[in-house]
Design a protein around this ligand. Sequence first.
Ligand SMILES: Cc1cc2nc3c(=O)[nH]c(=O)nc-3n(C[C@H](O)[C@H](O)[C@H](O)COP(=O)(O)O)c2cc1C
Length: 461
Amino acid sequence: MSDQSLRGFVEMVQRDFPDDFVRISAPVRRDLDITSAVFELERSGKYPVVMFDDVEGFDLPVVTNVAGNRQLLAAAMGTSPDDLPLAYRERCQNYQPVEVVGDAPFEEIVLEGDDVDLTKLPIPFHFEVDAAPYITAGQIAARDPETGVDTVGFHRLMLKGKNRLGLSLHSRRRMYEFHRRAEAKGEALPAVITIGTHPIHYMGSMAYHYPPAVRKYEIIGALFGEPYRVAVSRTADLEVPAGAEIVIEGEILADTHEPEGPFGEFTGYASHRSTENVFVAKRVMMRKDAMFHSVASGTAADHILVSSISREAEILNALRRNLPNVTGVHVPLSTVGALMAVVQMKKTAEGQPKQAIMAALGTEFYVKIVVVVDEDVDIFNLSDVMWAVATRTRANQDMTLIHGAMGAILDPTSDPENHTLTKVGIDATKPAGKDFAERLIISDEQRARVRDILQKAQVRL
Ligand SMILES: Cc1cc2nc3c(=O)[nH]c(=O)nc-3n(C[C@H](O)[C@H](O)[C@H](O)COP(=O)(O)O)c2cc1C
């Protein structure tokens, strides 16, 4: 039985990867210090979990950058960094029913009615442009008002008052639809926010492609390789992770819209776009020694790495159903882990790249650029990918434009009214079975020989 809690993960990192753990004991401000420290570490190529023991004016410590490091995510899954998308893809489908446990540690403190005061939580102010402090690691769970099947996922939460949070359901997936269905009946949507979950929960919550009757908790269990342990909350019998640090019960109001944002988003821009919903908190529960989890926002790897891995896995999964000759998919972090996918294939017939472009765009609607390359191109090296685009693409016949397609609301190129945009597929493969210009290569043997020559000449490589 593995430790499925956030604190279990943090302990594992401290024990097994001490170089990837940073503790800041000196006082820091909740305004700007927490997320900008993560960006500063990234600038020097470091992606540690960071624990802030002393946030001025607050009692709880803040842990951040829990999911910004590929090696730590791989360790959590018991695999290697290179095999992470493959392991994610394989395991996501072995759905595991949950295990309901009795007492959960988060019930140690229960605050209700007037005692509910979210302003006492050390909710960071991430960017100067943000409208208010934002909870970024709030996993919201709710049930489909029609089928009763629940979902769970991150949605940004703007601190508006002691018991009031603004939220945006802009990803327009299950939670957006569940709220829409409740609203159609004139009802609020009962919901529970969990703060402080294991990064495997984070990863499972970012799964997109699975049948409607499957629960996200069953996918999280699949990634753990054992049933996910949950406890029943007092709101609408919603289940929450038993290892949670903090649980906030309440509801997303019907027919209520209030200004929400701007907020520094994954696109690298201040996002003024929002569905402007409102969550009202009725009960707060937490461990006596709770830690507050925050996801570093904007383009921090903590925010976009898991999205990139899950998209790589989902697209690879979809493409391989029809095109067994697809050899890899990469969704680069420089395209915010969302907007571009590079597909590698061993092309055997004309038309296959276009088939791959349609399937990839059809799988993940955030993706708006798909580049298909041959197997000699390194999809993890964007210089190599751009070399293939520059030397193999004939713009008059290898570019496919799809106008008026569904785009991401937060994509600044999507139409401000209806959020559509134009998607592009770029076939950067060589013609199949025909002679094409021969790529220059230097053999491994020759490389070894010249490395030896250079080293003997005291050149450091
Ligand atoms: C850190 C983080 C913050 C996110 N914030 C939001 C958000 O504010 N609104 C939203 O609609 N989706 C947000 N997402 C994306 C959703 O969590 C994701 O699309 C999820 O799969 C939606 O689940 P659902 O199908 O249960 O709605 C965020 C993702 C991450 C990783």
